[in-house]
Design a protein around this ligand. Structure first.
Ligand SMILES: *[C@@H]1O[C@H](CO)[C@@H](O)[C@H](O)[C@H]1NC(C)=O
Ligand SMILES: *[C@@H]1O[C@H](CO)[C@@H](O)[C@H](O)[C@H]1NC(C)=O
Ligand SMILES: *[C@@H]1O[C@H](CO)[C@@H](O)[C@H](O)[C@H]1NC(C)=O
Ligand SMILES: *[C@@H]1O[C@H](CO)[C@@H](O)[C@H](O)[C@H]1NC(C)=O
Length: 424
């Protein structure tokens, strides 16, 4: 038994700056809040008794193996492209379940409507195509990009290969098409139409809209917010994931000040090791904190990932962090439990000196406490896990952080704004 599905309506608010500087970008319904229904599914992290569903957590974790970015770049220059996004985009969501945060996106003319998840740690817009007839694709909405069905689709005839962490491969066609999301319509957005999806993928969700930098893209595509910027929007987006109904939103071309408790602080976007291009939305000098104090000797890169529910740290760093929590006990190299009666006050800081700390809510649905240990309701499982996911020393910062903190990406000044969310 899993907990009942929670559906959250996503309200997208029109942001005045959205139309600044260009008229090629059409905003719809500017007078009222632009609405993109972003729903949250039951991710099944807890069983009915409030204990952690380890099998579900494990499936998330196993999906979080990163493909190598350097390989991705080398091949992308070649006309054919290897879509080597972080694997968890494809594998995170097992068992026919739908993703955590998804919304409606329209592609083509007349518009074909898709439910996609929004992913801060990839950069491609990926949908199944009409050519895909595998079992995996049946029952999925598929993009018909033939001229008879889609007047605005232009095929580049470039093939995009996606390799999943289980070794299976999917093939797609790179298109440019009109796309509407977050109340904005852009033209000539790169779209990867997946012409085949291996059956091994099963019910895992592969359809999503990436929001990160171009260097993460298989075909060196600009993600939607960047295309919107090139067509007149401001070079900014804001993401708010809240457990309060109606409070979650993605704003493209601005951010929603009303959701912020105070002004955002800005941090430079960091580079991945050996990379001369920005790829992930990451900062390079992060540190987890306990009671406001650094709980790690080193400072580490932190990658923001809206498709991971927890925080994932290299195992040695996770062990060091938990060594500072008096009641902590390791279950194994991945999971730690603590005394539910004295939860750790966990936060993140994004500078070497760690002067400013962004707290992570300790209690409540989908916060630092993932649920109790099966068989011992006085032991809680913490949302900082140990796992090597192929991104070196970096921590993956997922939902558990976004629930308490608003994220802004300013990709003109290449800085990340963070502020605690108001009334999360
Ligand atoms: C760690 O423990 C959890 C819970 O018992 C289990 O599901 C998982 O497979 C274990 N992982 C390892 C690496 O042993
Ligand atoms: C480059 O593309 C050609 C086909 O045009 C392919 O045979 C070759 O393997 C590609 N190179 C790499 C490194 O993928
Ligand atoms: C893609 O292939 C089709 C059919 O061969 C052709 O008509 C079209 O011009 C090609 N598009 C590009 C951008 O090369
Ligand atoms: C729960 O865990 C605590 C701390 O390890 C232990 O003292 C207690 O006996 C356990 N309770 C049960 C029911 O196992």
């Amino acid at each position: 038994m899993r907990t009942a599905a929670a559906a959250l309506a996503l309200a997208l608010f029109a942001v005045e700056s959205v139309l600044a500087g260009g008229d090629s970008l059409r905003a719809r319904g500017r007078e009222r809040p632009l609405s993109l229904a972003l729903e949250r599914r039951d991710d099944g992290l807890q069983s009915a008794d409030g204990s952690v569903a380890f099998d579900v957590l494990e499936s998330y974790r196993q999906g979080a193996n990163a493909a190598t970015i350097s390989q991705n770049k080398a091949l992308a220059a070649n006309g054919t492209a290897i879509l080597a996004k972080r694997g968890q985009e494809a594998l995170t969501y097992y068992g026919g379940a739908t993703p955590l945060w998804y919304g409606t996106v329209q592609i083509g003319a007349p518009p074909q409507t898709f439910r996609l998840f929004f992913d801060t740690s990839s950069s491609d817009l990926l949908v199944p195509s009409y050519k895909c007839n595998s079992l995996t694709c049946r029952g999925k909405k598929r993009l018909d990009y033939r001229p008879s069905a889609d007047a605005t689709a232009k095929s580049t005839n470039k093939t995009v290969y996606t390799y999943f962490t289980d070794g299976s491969q999917a093939t797609g066609t790179l298109l440019q098409d009109t796309v509407t999301a977050a109340g904005l319509t852009v033209t000539q957005q790169d779209v990867v139409a997946m012409d085949s999806l291996p059956s091994a993928i099963g019910g895992r969700i592969t359809d999503g809209m990436g929001l990160a930098f171009r260097a993460l893209s298989a075909a060196y595509s600009y993600s939607f917010p960047f295309t919107a910027y090139h067509q007149g929007a401001q070079p900014v987006f804001g993401l708010s994931l809240s457990r309060l109904p109606g409070k979650s939103e993605l704003v493209v071309g601005g951010y929603n000040r009303a959701r912020l408790a105070g002004s955002p602080d800005y941090y430079a976007v960091g580079y991945s090791p050996n990379s001369q291009f920005l790829d992930y939305i990451q900062i390079s000098q992060g540190v987890p904190t306990l009671g406001g104090q650094p709980a790690l000797y080193d400072r580490v890169p932190m990658i923001f990932d809206s498709t991971t529910p927890t925080i994932i740290a290299p195992p040695a760093y996770a062990a060091e962090f938990w060594s500072y929590v008096p009641s902590a006990q390791a279950i194994n190299s991945t999971y730690w439990s603590y005394d539910c009666a004295s939860p750790p006050a966990v936060g993140l800081a994004f500078t070497r000196a760690a002067t400013k700390v962004y707290p992570i809510a300790a209690q409540g649905e989908y916060n630092f406490n993932l649920g109790t240990l099966p068989g011992n309701s006085s032991r809680c499982i913490g949302a900082l896990l140990g796992e090597n996911v192929g991104v070196g020393n970096a921590f993956i910062i997922g939902d558990v952080f976004f629930k308490s903190n608003y994220l802004i990406l300013d990709f003109k000044q290449n800085r990340i704004g963070v502020a605690p969310q108001r009334g999360f």
